[in-house]
Design a protein around this ligand. Structure first.
Ligand SMILES: [Zn+2]
Length: 254
């Protein structure tokens, strides 16, 4: 279980990864400025313009209730998080943190973090998944649930998860692997204007496997998870589409 001291000790500059001296308000090496506002550490460094555009849209999305799966996925992930030092990358409005309050919620949208705080989360950091503000090997576990497909730079996000944790658990919406699937997918999402989230790029197993290998992670378990495809009824005329093998479920270690 993570203590307050361990949490504060884990914080690093998101830009140059130097361990932060919290009495100062700037990184001693690169001068990156940071602060703590209402219990949220503001360590957001996202030079990727697509990521910044995406963040602004999520700030708007999180002003209202955000649709999350209600199939039990968070209860299962909470069992992994409980008793370990855990970060939850792209923690949204705190589904996991409301169940395991000592999980470190990392999220780029401040409006989501404020909601997490109200739901009992103890450790919250505003940061970009591609530039995690933690020292190397700070955590036992990094969980990323249903978010990798929404990142501007999934390669960098995985390598950052690998850097800061011993074990990684990912659920990632999958793209079936058949020829031209990406073109078909883009066409379909264009036709039915599937714009619930700004970046929506499900991954084939081959693509995900390559990302994990590039980050020098060992795949301990790979399986499928039946996350509802249409949760929150984003496409109103379709049912939630539960119980389809819609999601990769992977456990990796360094
Ligand atoms: Zn720095």
């Amino acid at each position: 279980m993570l203590t307050q001291t361990q949490f504060l000790d884990s914080l690093a500059c998101p830009r140059c990864k130097t361990k932060l001296k919290l009495t100062r308000k700037h990184c001693a090496v690169c001068d990156f400025g940071f602060s703590c506002k209402q219990g949220v550490w503001k360590l957001l460094y996202n030079p990727h313009p697509v990521s910044e555009t995406s963040r602004r849209l999520y700030e708007k999305l999180h002003r209202r209730k955000f649709a999350v799966p209600t199939d039990g996925v968070y209860e299962v992930l909470a069992c992994f998080a409980r008793g370990n030092t855990t970060i939850d990358v792209a923690s949204g409005d705190g589904e996991l943190e409301s169940r395991v309050s000592e999980t470190v919620g990392v999220e780029f949208a401040y409006n989501a973090l404020r909601k997490s705080k109200n739901r009992g989360a103890k450790f919250l950091v505003q940061a970009d998944a591609a530039h995690l503000p933690f020292v190397d090997d700070a955590f036992d576990l990094a969980i990323c649930a249903g978010s990798l497909e929404h990142f501007a730079d999934p390669e960098l996000a995985i390598s950052e998860m690998a850097r800061v944790s011993k074990i990684q658990i990912l659920t990632v919406h999958k793209l079936p692997s058949f020829p031209a699937i990406q073109i078909v997918y883009n066409l379909l999402t264009h036709i039915i204007s599937l714009q619930q989230q700004p970046i929506e790029q499900p991954l084939t197993w081959k693509r995900l496997e390559n990302l994990l290998i590039q980050a020098q992670l060992k795949i301990i378990f790979k399986g499928v998870w039946t996350l509802p495809v249409n949760y929150g009824r984003v496409v109103k005329f379709l049912p939630e589409l539960k119980n389809l093998p819609s999601c990769h479920f992977v456990i990796t270690k360094k």
